[in-house]
Design a protein around this ligand. Structure first.
Ligand code: SF4
Length: 623
């Protein structure tokens, strides 16, 4: 089976360690990933609480297929209440940690309470210990991983951890495993820091056995043989996500100068592969797309063990801050990885401060004398160091752009680019409107993988239309459309992406972004579990998880009016092919949100209707 039937529960306040057993029916409803994560978050939390208080549960949950020798399913989710947004905190990562937790015998880890002193968790099969971590506190991630592997006497130990940014409560600190795989968004590293939990070291000697190992192997072999033939997966393998810089710039949607311009003169330089080494992969993934870089030229030294900047980082810290100096961006990425900072929110918070500086809303007296101007690469490294330590201007910028705007004053708010308090990722809704819906509707704030992206569905022969026809998406939809065809596309594919997260699927291995088609994913679920299942049952599980997320947010006070975009997106871009064009207005977005609500069975409280909850077997959520 692809699941173990056991959930590990650790209370850091009273040091209690328990194992809860779950029947097979639980896995059919909640599967894995955010399904199981949300189940325990809702069961273990109350209404309206602070994300940094001990009560906030912190859940680590691998996908249903994670841990099997199946293609591109290495992922696990971390779920909690986000200290950045006050809404649901949810972020997935690949790498090796999720599969190791499954091999140690657990389908999820539920952490509650907080320790009085720094600790780490050691999980070696079913031997679970809470150990002192005073000797690790304050250390960067590379050193912590090295020390823990030495201390535990096993180089194969997988370490998920926080760096100094998480310890210091930077509200967008993240969690890293294997030094370069991140649960990047929503500030979940700050929750771990507030619990005084430095790391979770896992080693499992078990082996998950699928019901039909032969079929899994067959699909794995097919995938490995096709990677270099398929146009999208071979592109990812050869160039990784940074290849997106040139493509998105050519389309006129590369976030530049705090999302004011859609094109960047330094795009070629940012996309250069000059410092790239052979890419790395995640557990059991034949695509192997993770970028690795190294620099050793005297003034800048970058260690390859921290991976390299992906598309999102290059755009957030590069073009969006007007900076084209690749070496500086690579170095800042490494500093973020050593300290566990979300590079998207970091880049967006800096670009917001730069815009406020350029407009005269703040001045050198507010920035410790730094000239925060677009293109000033010299401020990046000192600024990030101040943010990690929460010193000077870094104290305020450690809270993210929305909270910084409260201090900068009302004039600054029109330059925010966020949704539900989380800064937008590097995709502009003004050139692909589905992203506007994704940012507005996502329960965890602006998120670019709430659903599939518009360009895959722009033409009849596009990958999206060909691969998603079985879901009923048989026609091309204009990337600028904001009518019913776009709402249907976002609704169906948001449920699909929810299924991906339940199963531990990496979006860069599967359609529409890559090569593995939907029928082979279903075959893998059947081979793993032996269930007589179908895409209908999987999509219902996807809807169930989305509904639980809505209900969590409703309990935390997020209603219908929270599903919106910041006003920046209603102003036209100032440069590039979309310069001066208004592609949609606030009214158009509101209409589309209304339509989505009707399809999803949501109501004006922002939550889910009683009928829908009953249909999804979520009666236990009805007040
Ligand atoms: S496609 Fe890339 S990111 Fe996804 S699992 Fe494979 S190596 Fe990791």
């Amino acid at each position: 089976m692809s699941f173990t039937g056991k959930i590990l529960k650790v209370n850091l306040t009273n040091k209690e360690i328990k194992i809860e057993e779950k029947p097979e029916s639980f896995y059919r409803d909640y599967q894995g990933g955010h399904g199981i994560g949300l189940y325990f978050l809702l069961k273990e939390s109350k209404q309206g609480f602070d994300a940094l208080e001990p009560h906030n549960p912190l859940i680590f949950a691998p996908g249903l297929l994670t841990g099997l020798r199946a293609a591109a399913v290495p992922r696990y989710v971390v779920i909690s209440k986000s200290p950045l947004t006050g809404a649901l905190g949810k972020s997935e990562a690949g790498g090796y940690w999720g599969p190791e937790l499954k091999k140690s015998g657990f389908d999820a880890l539920v952490i509650t309470g907080a320790s009085e002193t720094p600790v780490y968790l050691s999980i070696r099969d079913e031997k679970v210990e809470i150990k002192g971590a005073k000797h690790l506190w304050g250390l960067e991630t590379g050193l912590v991983q090295e020390k823990l592997r030495e201390e535990l006497g096993d180089k194969g130990t997988q370490v998920a951890q926080i760096g100094p940014a998480g310890e210091n409560g930077v509200l967008y600190a993240n969690v890293v495993n294997n030094l370069s795989h991140f649960n990047g968004r929503n500030g979940l590293g700050a929750v771990m820091g507030a619990k005084n939990l430095k790391a979770i070291a896992v080693r499992g000697s078990g082996k998950l056995k699928a019901k039909n190992e032969d079929r899994l192997k067959e699909i794995f072999r097919w995938t490995a043989a096709q990677v270099k033939e398929h146009p999208l997966s071979s592109m990812l393998h050869k160039h990784g996500t940074p290849a997106g810089i040139k493509t998105v710039n050519a389309q006129g949607g590369l976030p530049t100068n705090n999302f004011e311009l859609g094109v960047f003169e330094g795009a070629e330089e940012l996309a250069s592969e000059e410092h790239s080494l052979k890419p790395k992969g995640c557990y059991a993934c034949p695509v192997v797309c993770k970028r690795v870089v190294a620099i050793n030229d005297g003034d800048i030294i970058v260690d390859k063990k921290y991976g390299g900047p992906e598309y999102e980082t290059l755009a957030a810290l590069g073009s969006n801050c007007g900076i084209s100096d690749l070496k500086t961006v690579i170095k800042v990425n490494e500093i973020c990885n050593r300290n566990t900072l979300d590079t998207i929110t970091l880049g967006m918070t800096i670009s917001f401060a730069m815009k406020c500086f350029e407009e005269g809303i703040i001045g050198p007296e507010d920035t410790d004398g730094m000239e925060l101007r677009f293109g000033n690469k010299d401020v990046l490294i000192p600024l990030v160091e101040k943010i990690v330590k929460r010193e000077g201007i870094g104290e305020l910028l450690a809270l993210g752009s929305k909270k910084a705007a409260e201090k900068f004053g009302p004039e600054s708010k029109k330059y925010l680019v966020e949704s539900k308090g989380q800064e937008a990722p590097m995709h502009d809704p003004r050139v692909k409107t589905g992203l506007g819906l994704q940012y507005a509707l996502s329960v965890n704030g602006a998120d670019h993988w709430f659903a599939q992206h518009d360009p895959f569905f722009a033409a009849e022969d596009g990958f999206g239309v060909i691969e998603m026809a079985g879901l009923g998406l048989t026609e091309a939809v204009d990337p600028l459309d904001m009518g019913m065809a776009k709402v249907r596309l976002i609704y169906y594919t948001s449920v699909l992406n929810s299924v991906y997260d339940l199963l531990g699927v990496c979006i860069f291995g599967y359609v529409a972004r890559s090569l593995i088609p939907l029928n082979l994913l279903l075959d893998q679920v059947v081979a793993a579990t032996g269930w007589k299942t179908s895409w209908f049952e999987l999509m219902k599980a996807g809807e169930r998880a989305i509904a639980m997320g809505r209900e969590f947010n409703r309990r935390q006070g997020f209603e219908r009016e929270a599903d919106k975009l910041s006003e920046s997106f209603y102003r036209p871009l100032a440069k590039g092919p979309f310069a001066g064009k208004i592609t949609f207005e606030e009214e158009d977005l509101n209409d589309a949100v209304e339509k989505y609500y009707a399809l999803a069975g949501w109501n004006n409280s922002g939550g889910v209707s009683r009928n829908k909850l009953e249909e999804l077997n979520l009666d236990w959520l009805i007040q």
